[in-house]
Every structure is written in structure tokens, then in C-alpha cells.
Design a protein around this ligand. Structure first.
Ligand code: KG4
Ligand code: ZN
Length: 350
């Protein structure tokens, strides 16, 4: 079985071929074209993203097929992200996937982008399968889930305001770093003194119990404001240049500690020893090692933390093809009336 995956929900045009033989799934190709143009604007401009997807989709798909040595008549199904994301951007992938499916006479399968992120790690490590606790941290989403089985996603908590990646990007902007800022903050924080500043750990305190509204939820807007005040103060002192790494470090420490603590809570409360991270912020090595350290301390030797490598952590079509394969094998298909949705809850209405 060969599935062509297509992803165009934000600012990456991506296509991938994934094939299965029995239980063995292989990633045959993955092409990701990142739209660098948005860096000029300090954020993704939806109309520009749609146009760039339109220009890129045909060459990106052709290249993915060529790299997989797969001809069009060897494609058994087309999987495509149909939400959540920028509607205009999504529509490019969805329309293309539907046309291709109709002309080839093969099924099209709409995939929830967030479900795709959950499937990214298993492409690299076959052991990253449910049951597991999952932390999805991207530019648009921050979700904590319990996943007893593929297809069964139970929302435990989410951000009340900014997504983790958004908090990284906004803080990077305050510090005068380029967009998207996550990896720049991480690089800067390496030279930061962890004791120079201390920012609040949002919605994290010892008295919280399972069942409390804020037990799993996170909030990053207050943290961003704390950074803003510290940046202004450093500017007034004419010391922003020398304080920059320390500010980046203190921001990252606060965010990482909060996410790691809440993720381990989710695993412990649901008896999971396996934890899967996904989304662009899962590229952050400080986050991954904090989750690993806490898991070892609080769950013990049985704990395993899976985090995808950078190519599969950020938006890509391989994870979409892999999720589509799962649905295909369950006999699920989408209609040709498949549409794109800006918001598309994975579980629990958020
Ligand atoms: O999953 P993704 O590629 O796109 C969305 O679906 O949003 O995530 C992009 C986000 C951006 O906010 C970016 O700053 C963040 O992931 N990011 C990082 C790192 N690399 C990417 N955040 C922190 N540390 C990193 N190393
Ligand atoms: Zn994403």
C-alpha cells in the first residue's frame, strides 16, 4: 500500500510517500518547501501563504514521487491535511488532493493536522505507539492528550491563551530575534545564566490536584508580559545586549518547566510509561531533556520519552501520509465533498 501525503496548512508546502507491507511502514520520500518570505513580515501572511502553496504544490508532489521512485499509477491513496490551519492554504492541498484522487480513481483521506503530529515519531521509532501521554507544542497549538489507542484522543489540557511556539516567537520578537524565533531563543539561551532572572511558572503550583481546572492547562501570556517588563528595564539600563541570553534562558526555563511538569502529571495520572512529543517546539532540546529527566525521576526506569527529529517535528507531509494510512487500513475514506476547516478539534472540543 502506498500513500501520497500532502500538507499545506500553514507555511510549509510538503509532500511525502509512505508505503506499508504488512505491519512494516517505510518513509519513501519527504519534500518540505518552507516559505521563507514570511520572515520579512514577522509572521505568516495568509494570502501570501496560499499563493506560494499554489506555485509550489505541483513541483513538490512531483519531487516526492520521484524521490520515492513511485509513479502516479502506483499511488493507492492520497492523504491530505484538511484542518486546522489557514483555510486558504489548506484549500490548495485539499483541492489538489481531491483532483488527483478523482483522476487516479483512488481514495482521498482528510487528516487532522494535530493527529498527524501524533504520528510523526512512529515513522522514526516503531515503539512510539499508544498507549501514551502526548504533548503537542507548535506555533498554533499546545495540547496535552491521553492516547489509549490510535484514533482515540482524550484531551486533558490546552493553553488558555498563546501556544508554546507563539510564546517563543513573540518573546523572540521582544528580544529582537528573527521569525520564527524558537530556535534562536534556544541557541541564545545556551549562553544564559539561569540565576540572572526568574520568570513566573504559569499555572503551575504544588497545591493543584487532578480535577482542578488548571491541573493540565497552561497559559503563556503572563510570562510574555514578564519578559516584556524585563526587556524594557534592561533597555532603560542600556544593558539589553548583555542581558539578552539571560532573558532567553529565563523565559525558556519557565516555559519548559511548566510543560514538562504538566506532561508528567498527565502520564502519571493515566498510568502511562510512554510519552510522545510532537510539533515544532518539540525540536527544543531543553524541553525534551526536561521531560526525560522528570519522567525518569517520577515514573522510573520504565519511562520512555519519544521526540521526533527536527524534520518530522515541524510541519511535514510524512506524518499526514502515516495518519492517512492508519485510516485507510481501518476502511475509512473521505468524500469528494471534503472541505478545509480553520478550526478542527482533535478531541474534547478545543
Ligand atoms: O509545528 P510547527 O512547524 O508549525 C505549526 O503547526 O505551528 O511549529 C512551528 C513553531 C514555531 O513557533 C517555532 O518558533 C517553534 O515551532 N520552534 C521551536 C524550535 N524550533 C521550532 N521552538 C522552540 N525551540 C526550538 N528549537
Ligand atoms: Zn503543526
Amino acid at each position: 500500500m502506498r500513500v501520497l501525503g500532502i500538507e499545506s496548512s500553514c507555511d510549509e508546502t510538503s509532500a511525502s510517500v509512505v508505503s506499508s507491507r504488512g505491519d512494516d511502514v517505510t518513509l519513501d520520500s519527504l519534500v518540505i518547501l518552507s516559505q521563507d518570505v514570511h520572515a520579512i513580515f514577522g509572521g505568516v501572511v495568509p494570502e501570501i501563504a496560499s499563493r506560494a502553496h499554489l506555485a509550489a504544490i505541483v513541483p513538490v508532489v512531483k519531487r516526492a514521487l520521484a524521490e520515492a521512485s513511485c509513479s502516479l499509477d502506483q499511488v493507492d491513496a492520497v492523504g491530505v491535511t484538511n484542518g486546522p490551519g489557514l483555510v486558504g492554504a489548506l484549500l490548495v492541498g485539499v483541492s489538489f488532493a481531491k483532483s488527483l484522487s478523482a483522476s487516479l480513481g483512488v481514495p482521498v483521506i482528510g487528516v487532522n493536522h494535530l493527529e498527524g503530529h501524533l504520528f510523526a515519531t512512529v515513522l522514526e521509532d516503531g515503539a512510539a505507539v499508544p498507549p501514551f501521554a502526548a504533548l503537542l507544542v507548535s506555533g498554533g497549538h499546545t495540547l496535552l492528550l491521553d492516547v489509549p489507542a490510535w484514533g482515540d484522543y482524550r484531551l486533558l489540557g490546552a493553553t488558555r491563551d498563546d501556544a508554546a511556539g507563539e510564546a517563543f516567537d513573540k518573546t523572540a520578537k521582544l528580544l529582537g530575534l528573527p521569525y520564527p524565533g524558537g530556535r534562536h531563543i534556544e541557541a541564545l539561551a545556551k549562553n544564559g545564566d539561569p540565576s540572572r532572572f526568574r520568570f513566573p511558572r504559569p499555572m503551575l503550583h504544588g497545591g493543584q490536584r487532578a480535577g482542578d481546572a488548571d491541573f493540565y492547562d497552561v497559559s503563556f501570556s503572563g510570562l510574555k508580559t514578564a519578559v516584556l517588563h524585563a526587556v524594557r528595564d534592561a533597555e532603560r539600563r542600556g544593558a539589553l545586549d548583555e542581558e539578552r541570553p539571560h532573558l532567553a534562558r529565563a523565559f525558556q526555563d519557565a516555559l519548559v518547566e511548566t510543560l514538562a511538569a504538566k506532561t508528567i502529571r498527565a502520564a502519571v495520572e493515566h498510568g502511562r510509561t510512554c510519552i510522545v512529543l510532537g510539533g515544532g517546539v518539540a525540536c527544543n532540546a531543553a524541553l525534551v531533556s526536561a521531560v526525560r529527566e522528570r519522567a525518569a525521576a517520577e515514573i522510573g526506569g520504565a519511562a520512555t520519552v519519544f521526540a521526533p527529529g527536527p524534520r518530522l517535528a515541524t510541519d511535514n507531509a510524512a506524518m499526514i501520509a502515516r495518519a492517512a494510512l492508519f485510516h485507510l487500513e481501518r476502511g475509512e475514506r473521505s468524500e469528494l465533498s471534503l472541505s478545509a476547516f480553520a478550526s478542527m478539534p482533535l478531541a474534547g472540543g478545543r
